[in-house]
Design a protein. Structure first.
Length: 64
């Protein structure tokens, strides 16, 4: 819930993040034949989990 102008606001809309992963050697690191697919998917799953469990998003933005 957000707090704006003295009132609590409940957000009910959806938010999406689009990510494209590529390298100099691979046009699409998420392609099923890509040799780097599994490490990239593991990393994306980890940052998704961190994002979904974070209550203070500024804490995630400014984290190293």
């Amino acid at each position: 819930m957000d707090y704006v102008g003295g009132e609590d606001i409940l957000r009910t809309d959806n938010w999406y993040i689009a990510i494209e992963v590529y390298s100099d050697k691979e046009k699409d690191c998420l392609h099923e034949d890509s040799f780097s697919r599994e490490p990239v998917l593991n990393y994306l799953r980890a940052i998704k989990k961190e994002y979904l469990t974070t209550h203070n998003y500024n804490e995630t933005v400014f984290k190293n």
